[in-house]
Structure formats: C-alpha cells, structure tokens
Write a protein that binds this ligand. Structure first.
Ligand code: BTN
Length: 326
C-alpha cells in the first residue's frame, strides 16, 4: 500500500476528528518530511484535506478499506478490496487484470480520468467526493441472466441507501433521489471462446458532490446524496451495507434462481411504471406507456402509435420524459 493511501486510511479512521503529525509518524514509520510531502501531493490532487498547524483533517469522508471492512458482513463480496488513487476507469482496469482478480474482489479509485457510462457516455468522478468502483464476479451463469445483475445491483443500492433516503430506480441502471440521478451501473463481461471469464459490475455513486462539482449541462438531471440529504454521507458505511445487500440477493439468485426479491424492489421503486415516456434509439423516438418489468428484467411497454405491447430486452436506447430526463 502506498504511503499516500496509508495516510488517507489514518485520516479516515479519525474522521471527523483530526490527527497530528506525531500520530502519522508513529503509524507510518516515516519522517515528518515524507508525511508533509504525501499530504502536499494529496492536496494538489484535490483530496479534501485541511491542515491547520498540527491538526490534519479530511473534510469529506474518503473511501478506506479498513473502514469498509470494519462493518462488513459478507463471505464473498468485498473479500479483497483495493483503493487506487487515480485510474482511467475502474472497469477497464478490472478487465485488463481479470486473471489476477478473484470472485468478489473490488477495485476502487479515488478519481477516474475517463470514467465510462452507458451508451458510450462519459462518467465524471471528482476526487474524494464520489464512489467509483468495479466489483468482479466469476459466476457460472447463462448469458441471458447477466442482464439481471444490473437490476440486482440497483435494488441492493436502493436498500443500502434506505437509512438515509428513499431512492428510486430508472430502468435499467439509474438510481435517483428526487427524480435526479445519483448513481449509475455499467456491467461489462469478458468471454474466452464461449466461456464467461468474468462479469465486471461498474458502479458510480455521487456521494458528496457539491452543486459546483456537477457539470452545468447535467445539473437538471444529476445530483448527489449530499445535495439531497444535506449531510456528508460516509461512503464506507454505505459500501459495507451495499455489499451485504448485494450478497444477500446474489446468493439467492445463484443458488435458487431467485429473482423476485430484487425485481420487486425494482418495480416498487421504479419511476417509470404506469407513465408515458419517449423510447429513443438510433432510428428515432416513439411514445410508450411503461407497463412492467418482466421476470427476466425486460421492460414491458405499449407503444402509443400502434398500441402494440412488447418487451424490450436490449438496453441500447434512452428513455426520456416530454420535458427531459424524467
Ligand atoms: C451510467 O449511468 O451510464 C453508468 C455509469 C457507470 C460509472 C461507473 S464508475 C466506476 C465504473 N468505471 C467506469 O468507467 N464506469 C463505471
């Protein structure tokens, strides 16, 4: 583990209180000079750290694996976790290192420089104010079941947020608060011939972004948990809850093909069901009444122009309201 990460873990274990240089020297066994250098580097990289004389504080809680592990109650998910300071994309990193990553292992990055979203979009992840992670799974699973993992993940996120806020889901992969997006899910797969080598569940959560951290053109459709709840949410508590909720649904899904528990959450928390939306793809746009999420995770819609009811299984389209995102 790098010195910078050890310093972050020390600051986080004291959060919201401060630590002193003496404490950091004792915990790292390096000189004050090197600690000062590490702190300077972290500040230059925009980590939310305040230094007042001998009092060093993180002003917004950062991801720290010891802090997640402290409350973790899982067998597989999060059994190994790594926090890297900066990556282009945690999904790309996980894909490139898939052979050396085991089932349930998680990669976090404090910052992503080329975060990927669905439909070729980009995903912005400012340092220390959001969660960017990829969870690696190595299941034996039918190809058609992989799509269900998006819904399972969305339901686990909503459950994990329950103590802070009532979140909703915009099928298939957006988690919202007050009709604005706070999290997105991007699942990627790797095959070798016909064999599934691994599934990478990429998750981006806007935890503690302030309004100024959200790009201007996204401010009408994106927000953060902090903006909506007016509190700095501890990402480590959220993550340990998320991993627990995820593992609970995932174990039942793998061993008993049980999908109802998480699909019920997706239906009950859906912002789409029972309403009209535009279905927009590369060919054009059509108005549809969103009827249901079927047992395989497909979206059942009735097109207004033909009155035909179909189940949409691909996700290569956007869903928009008359006047915007929702
Ligand atoms: C979306 O809503 O379009 C999906 C966004 C997914 C973003 C996450 S952040 C961590 C992981 N790494 C990436 O490059 N993307 C996903």
């Amino acid at each position: 583990m790098s010195l910078n990460q050890i310093v972050i873990d020390q600051l986080m274990s004291a959060y919201p209180a401060f630590v002193t240089y003496e404490h950091l020297i004792e915990k790292t066994d390096v000189s004050k000079n090197r600690i000062q250098h590490a702190l300077k580097e972290l500040c230059i990289q925009n980590y939310p750290i305040e230094i007042k004389n001998n009092q060093i504080t993180v002003t917004s809680p950062l991801i720290s694996t010891p802090a997640i592990a402290e409350h973790l109650d899982t067998r597989i998910i999060g059994n190994k976790m790594h926090v890297l300071p900066s990556l282009a994309s945690t999904n790309t990193y996980a894909k490139n290192n898939l052979d050396s990553l085991s089932n349930g292992e998680v990669i976090f990055a404090h910052e992503q420089t080329s975060g990927k979203g669905r439909l070729g979009r980009t995903w912005s992840s400012p340092v220390g104010k959001s969660i960017s992670m990829s969870l690696v799974l190595k299941p034996t699973m039918r190809f058609s079941d992989i799509a269900l993992l998006t819904h399972l993940t969305a339901a686990a996120l909503v459950d994990a947020l329950e103590d802070w806020v009532d979140a909703t889901i915009k099928w298939p992969n957006d988690v919202l608060i007050n009709n604005k997006k706070i999290a997105g899910i991007l699942i990627e797969t790797e095959f070798s011939g016909g064999d599934l080598r691994g599934v990478i569940i990429g998750i981006g959560i806007n935890t503690n972004l302030d309004q100024r951290d959200i790009p201007k053109d996204l401010q009408d459709k994106a927000t953060s948990i902090k903006e909506q709840t007016l509190t700095n949410i501890d990402p480590n508590t959220l993550l340990s809850r998320f991993f627990t909720c995820f593992e609970h649904y995932y174990a039942d899904f793998l061993s008993n093909q049980l999908t109802r528990p998480f699909l019920t959450v997706c239906r009950n928390r859906s912002v789409l069901l029972g309403k009209d939306f535009w279905i927009i793809d590369s060919i054009g746009k059509r108005k549809a009444l969103i009827q249901d999420i079927d047992p395989a995770g497909g979206l059942v819609v009735t097109y207004r122009d033909t009155n035909q009811t179909v189940t949409l299984t691909s996700t290569d389209f956007s869903i928009r309201a008359d006047n915007g995102y929702i």
